[in-house]
Design a protein around this ligand. Sequence first.
Ligand code: FMN
Length: 219
Amino acid sequence: MTQTPPQPLRVVAVSGTLSSPSKTDALVDAVLDELALVLPIERHVIRVSELGPLFAGALTRDQLDERVERELRAVEGADLLIAASPVYRASFTGLFKHFFDFVEQYALVDVPVLLAATGGSERHALILEHSLRPLFGFFQALTLPLGVYAHASDFTDRRVTAPLLQERIRAAIARGLPLIRSSVDEKRRIERAVSGEVDGLDALPTPTAHDAAPVRLYS
Ligand SMILES: Cc1cc2nc3c(=O)[nH]c(=O)nc-3n(C[C@H](O)[C@H](O)[C@H](O)COP(=O)(O)O)c2cc1C
């Protein structure tokens, strides 16, 4: 009997930057590249810098452009969400929040969310804990224990090059992997029960690449 190949994880990243090119976009790419080394993923990136003009003036979901509606559905159907924003005035960007204001209130319950941010200052890393984590706490999402924060000196030519940041990305994924696996496993089981399809999730690799050891937050 042939084995069903593991179904790739639907990973959706929302980058709240308003600029292009962008350090936040580069951070999102680095996280996705690292994830792809340890899990079969299908990646989809939503950039507020591109989408913003289509929803900035909308007040309710029924006023939204079709493309924005499609992107919201992608977020609501994600197996894993990467929520990333530059720090603007000590928080995420206004348009990042405006986008999530349209997301259905219970669509992210138990969905794993990896938090990421970039800032001009090394000292604004707690945006992850003060701004991003409470927002996804509201959604009852499963925010992963370690977030990733980067600042200007972590990048060269808009690519993540700082070894400590690369290590942090690997650690965030390693610490999150067991939670991602159990959440997706459960979701697939429900989907299988509904559709009668065979579940291939058991074939997902176990997190041996970067063993989940406790990580020092500060040096
Ligand atoms: C309007 C505005 C407000 C900002 N506020 C902060 C801030 O409060 N703290 C900080 O560390 N950086 C702040 N920055 C710097 C950006 O967070 C930083 O340059 C970020 O990496 C930009 O990401 P991007 O290249 O993806 O746009 C601000 C930048 C702008 C344009």
